[in-house]
Design a protein. Sequence first.
Length: 133
Amino acid sequence: AKNAAGLWSVISASDGIRISDNQLPMILTLLPEVGEFRYPGESIDWQLVVHDPDGDLLQYKYSLNGQTAFHFSNSSKRTFQIPNAMFGRQNILGVVRDEPQNTFQEWPSATSSFYVAKRPLVFLPLFLQPWTP
């Protein structure tokens, strides 16, 4: 900031200005673990496991394949219902924040992926009773 003479000066806590010493939360893991398999129509839980050194209230956001699936909320665990037309590798991005009013902060994130497989065909027997000649 500039001082009374119009020169740049260093601002410190002794100037009566509170300097944020907030520490960012640390992501320990994002569930599901990479490589889990599911089928269309099933549900899958997503969860960021996080430690915040300051003990701040945290908010979580999840995206699937680059599109927001769940906006920021206080819930670290969300359940995603897999659409019937979804197949192949699906990429999850989880983001955590601890100061929602600071929109310019780079928030910690983690990625994971899971696979949606087509259900195997089930063949029903033609006869429910054993055939006897």
